[in-house]
Each structure stands twice: as C-alpha cells, then as structure tokens.
Write a protein that binds this ligand. Structure first.
Ligand SMILES: [Zn+2]
Length: 129
C-alpha cells in the first residue's frame, strides 16, 4: 500500500511526515514529492506544478495510491510566511488538486496538514482541510 505526500525538502520534516502517515493511515510506503516550501511554490511556479502533477499521477496510477496529503510547516526557509498564510496556502493547494487534476468519480482523498514547531525535533501535526 502506497500513499502520496507533498512535503518540503526540509530534513527536519521527513521522518515526522513518515511517522504521522504510518500512525494515522497505517500505510508504510510514502511516495514523497518534495520541493522547498512546496505549499508556496506550488501556487507560484507552473513548471514545479507540472512536475508535481506528473509525480502524483505516477503514484496514483502505478502505485495505486488513494490519498494525497499536502504538508506545510512553520519556520520554512522555502516559504517564509506567517503560519496563517501557510494554512491558506495549504488549503489552496488541496483545492487546486481536487478541482483541476481529479475527476469527480475518482475516490482519491486529498487532505492538508500544517506542521507546527515546538522545536527542531518536535512538531505538532494539525489537519487544516
Ligand atoms: Zn520548508
């Protein structure tokens, strides 16, 4: 079983996201699509968006993933905005994927999460959409 995740390149968040997915979804294999500040760049950069789209569809079609999870995080070097703007960005990315890339009849779950920092080793995962 595979799941699809959009995550920042940030090394502090890789294991955090893997552990969250294993705990909550009980899915071991994560197709991790990364870019710096992916919640921000997704909305700004068409080339990156096309790359992400291609990656997502490989994960959905070849690995039969049924979930796309979008993560943004506090203290992000690639998208250095306030927490509330991250949350807005994450919601917009989720809506964009649902409205533009998925057909209504496809049963793919798309959800967004914000990673709030307690320290470099401890992050709180909040569902935002
Ligand atoms: Zn980041």
């Amino acid at each position: 079983m595979f799941i699809t995740a959009l995550n920042c390149i940030d090394g502090r968040l890789q294991r955090v996201v893997l552990d969250f997915i294993k705990d909550i979804y009980n899915i071991e294999f994560v197709d991790m699509i990364t870019a710096p500040g992916i919640d921000g760049f997704f909305l700004k950069d068409k080339v990156l968006r096309d790359y992400i789209k291609e990656s997502i569809f490989i994960s959905l079609e070849k690995h039969n993933s049924k979930n796309i999870l979008v993560f943004g995080h506090e203290d992000c070097a690639g998208n250095p905005v306030k927490n509330q703007e991250h949350i807005e960005n994450i919601k917009r990315v989720v809506d964009y994927i649902k409205e533009n890339w998925l057909k209504d009849e496809e049963e793919i779950e798309v959800k967004g999460f914000f990673l709030r920092k307690e320290n470099d080793y401890k992050w709180i995962v909040e569902e935002v959409i």
